[in-house]
Design a protein around this ligand. Structure first.
Ligand code: PGA
Length: 255
C-alpha cells in the first residue's frame, strides 16, 4: 500500500451466497468490527440482497456494491440488471469482469468494456477484475494477458472516469483454491497494471489508481500482501463471509 498516493480499499465479494435475512445478519456482525477502519470497506452482494444491505449499512462506514451490471439501460435482456437500476438504488460500487463471469457466463473483454462504460456513465465506482489462467502463467504470458485485458476493458474510459475505477488483479488459479499468489508475484503484476495505466493515461493517474489483489486473501496472508507497495487493497471472496476474518483483513489494511 502507498496511502500517501492512493486509497486502500478492502471489498468483499459475496458471490452467490446469503439470502437477504442472512445478509443483514452478516453485515450486522461485520459493522462493529470494522467501524474504525483506516481504509474503504465495501461489501459486494447478490442483487436480491442490495436493498437489505443498503439499509443495514446506512450511517456506517461499510459501502455496498453489486457483482455485475448490463451495458444497456433497459430492454430485452432476461435475467440482467442495468447500471441505471443500480444507480436508482444508490448502490455506489459494482464489480465488473470477474473471472467467474468470464469463465461460466461467456464474458469477453468486449462485453466487460461495455459494462464498465455503462457503470461509469451512471455514476458508479467500478471494481474491474483482470487476471491470468494457470496455463497462461505457465506459458509466461501473464504480463501480456493482464495488460491486454486492462487496455480493452478500459477502451473509451476518460481520465476523469478512471478516478472511479479500482482494478482488482485476480490470478484465476488463486481464486477459491487456497493457493495465494506470493506477495512478490502479486506486487509484480499490480505494478505492471500500474505501468499500463501510466502508458494509457498518465503517471499521475496511475499513481492515484487503487489496485487490489484478490485470490485466497485471508486473515493470515493479508498483511504480507498489503505490505507490497503496489497492492492497495483486496477483493475478498471466501473470507468476506466470515466477519472475524474479513475484519482482520480490514485491520491489516488500516495500518
Ligand atoms: P477468494 O475469491 O477470496 O475466495 O479466492 C476472490 C474473488 O473471487 O474475488
Amino acid at each position: 500500500m502507498n496511502k500517501a498516493l492512493r486509497k486502500a480499499v478492502i471489498a468483499g465479494n459475496w458471490k452467490m451466497n446469503k439470502t437477504p435475512a442472512e445478509a443483514k445478519e452478516l453485515l450486522d456482525a461485520i459493522k462493529p468490527l470494522v467501524k474504525d477502519a483506516d481504509c474503504d470497506v465495501v461489501a459486494c452482494v447478490p442483487f436480491v440482497d442490495l436493498s437489505v444491505a443498503l439499509e443495514a449499512t446506512a450511517g456506517s462506514n461499510v459501502k455496498v456494491g453489486a457483482e455485475n451490471c448490463h451495458w444497456e439501460p433497459s430492454g430485452a435482456y432476461t435475467g440482467e440488471i442495468s447500471a441505471p437500476m443500480l444507480a436508482a438504488m444508490q448502490v455506489p460500487y459494482v464489480i465488473i469482469g470477474h473471472s467467474e463471469r468470464r469463465t461460466y457466463f461467456g464474458e469477453t473483454d468486449v462485453t466487460v468494456n461495455k459494462r464498465v462504460k455503462a457503470a461509469l456513465a451512471n455514476g458508479l465506482t467500478v471494481i474491474l477484475c483482470v487476471g491470468e489462467y494457470l496455463e497462461q502463467r505457465e506459458q509466461g504470458v501473464t504480463g501480456e494477458v493482464v495488460a491486454l485485458q486492462t487496455k480493452i476493458d478500459l477502451q473509451g474510459v476518460s481520465a476523469e472516469e478512471l478516478k472511479r475505477v479500482i482494478i482488482a488483479y485476480e490470478p484465476v488459479w488463486a481464486i477459491g483454491t487456497g493457493k495465494t499468489a506470493t506477495a512478490a508475484q502479486a506486487n509484480e503484476v499490480c505494478a505492471l497494471i500500474r505501468a499500463t495505466i501510466a502508458d494509457l493515461y498518465s503517471k499521475a493517474d496511475a499513481d492515484a489508481l487503487t489496485i487490489q489483489y484478490g485470490g485466497s486473501m485471508n486473515a493470515k496472508n493479508a498483511e504480507e500482501l498489503l505490505d507490497q507497495p503496489d497492492v492497495d487493497g483486496g477483493l475478498i471472496g471466501g473470507a468476506s463471509l466470515k466477519p472475524e476474518d474479513f475484519a482482520a483483513i480490514v485491520k491489516a489494511a488500516s495500518r
